[in-house]
Design a protein around this ligand. Structure first.
Ligand SMILES: [Zn+2]
Length: 74
């Protein structure tokens, strides 16, 4: 048996949380969205601008050039 340690415990928890988020996002109808600056990927430090669902935080759409421009003007 693997010795239980903190990292293994946290990874296990993260997996469960990821699955839960996945379920929420799959059952969500994305009723409202907001333009948000988010990380491109979980392991990335690059931020990108996306339309994100207000309910489940799933990136739904790419903003148009004009929308991006307006966002950065704020
Ligand atoms: Zn949603």
């Amino acid at each position: 048996m693997w010795k239980s340690n903190k990292a293994a415990d946290l990874l296990n928890k993260r997996q469960k949380i990821d699955k839960e988020i996945d379920n929420i996002q799959k059952s969500c109808n994305h009723p409202t969205k907001s333009l948000k600056s988010i990380r491109e990927r979980v392991d990335s430090n690059t931020t990108v601008l996306r339309w994100v669902c207000d309910e489940c935080f799933l990136p739904i759409e790419y903003p148009s050039d004009k929308e991006q421009e307006n966002y950065f003007k704020q």
